[in-house]
Design a protein around this ligand. Sequence first.
Ligand code: DUC
Ligand code: ZN
Ligand code: ZN
Length: 471
Amino acid sequence: MGKALIKGGRIVTAVDDYVADILVDQGRIEAIAREIPAEDVPTYDATGLMVFPGGIDVHVHMETPMGNDIYTCDTFETGTKSAAFGGTTTIVDFAQQFQGESPKAALDRRLAAAEPQCSIDYGFHVILTDVNSESLAELPDLITQDGVSSFKLYMAYPGVLMVDDADIYRTMRKVGTHGGMVNLHAENGVVIQALIEEALEQGNTSPKYHMLTRPQLMEGEATHRVIRIAELAEVPVYIVHLSAEEALEAVVEARDRGIHAFAETCPHYLFLTNEEYDRPGFDAAKFVMTPPLRDHKCQHALWRGLKFDDLQLVATDHCPFCFNENRFGLLKSKQLGKDDFSKIPNGAPGVEFRLPLLYDGGVHGGRITLNRFVQLTSTAPAKMFGMFPQKGTIAVGSDADLVLFDPNERHTLSADTHHSNVDYSLFEGREVQGKVKQVFLRGELIVDGDEWHGRAGMGQYLKRSASGRIL
Ligand code: DUC
Ligand code: ZN
Ligand code: ZN
């Protein structure tokens, strides 16, 4: 890994905003100064561009099984390439424990798949589906030796992924004792199951019923409940993909009492509403993700939450399934649920558009500051999940993961030009201001305009630390 010099960019971190040169050596930032003389160093002119720390997306699902024979349609290779074109240089994906499998085996399985393919750095949260004394006994070593400092549990999908409240409490105690964090999919799974059965009995099969059977109230209830369990267990708790105002209220109430409750939201909740489910025909299936899109009032509350730190970060929950049949051989598409909304593969793409959307709607739209934008997309994820200061900032000694960004260039988001395998975009045709121009991973140029210079396998596994998770 050689040297590189990035000259004259406007360096923006979560706290700073100034013009300087950045010298990179051995993949790390060696020096930052007003003027660094160039001597035989590959030099990049960043005049007029902003320089952000590489984006960190802590919620993605690459080549992930989601039921019988159904896999998300991005491999680690295509998904990380797509992420990189959107200015993301680190992902944290999931290693899901199958019933009867040990959590460590789940991690090793995912590491083996990711290692030859990832072109950006990566870590894993381990999803526990089979909480028992043997699984729990493995967690301390996963945290302290394997670099997995966060674990996800589902309160939804009874009989498949859901764990009960007692298992949530047990996991929290074990993980918390060793400095780790538990992430929750917070929805009342059993009530939602009853609502789904009720809808189907009444012959209501269209995609809109995905939204109608997953009400905001049941997200709010589960969020409130799990925060109380965490409070009892005396551990921090992190809510994934928060979408409902009722859930946000539970987080705010807890935080106001000094409880360590944290939450992420996703671009689709910030930029789209449940009006998408009124699209004619089956098109609405493109928007079947969980939780579903909410109303304008929730959207407004989420933006407010981002501004005032009631929500700590934005992740994509990139979970792509093709809309059309048979684009990738065996992979199943959204069409599986043509006659039954509950069979529509559950998830939506978005890893490539997080930075452009949040810059355009957030910074350009006047809802958040530029520093807050960097905090939400890079610094907070790094701190929350044990990667800071190696990742998440631009500082001497940090990895030289850098995004050169033109704040003035306008462009259109589209599946015709994105780099994911998926055949549609939630944001098709949306014009945004601000474009990722160049991306460096540990000092190596991997994206240069429309050109790809990254390589499968150049991404490194990140052993995340358990400390520093509290923001
Ligand atoms: N939860 C996720 O986090 N991703 C996909 C589907 C889901 O329910
Ligand atoms: Zn979820
Ligand atoms: Zn997810």
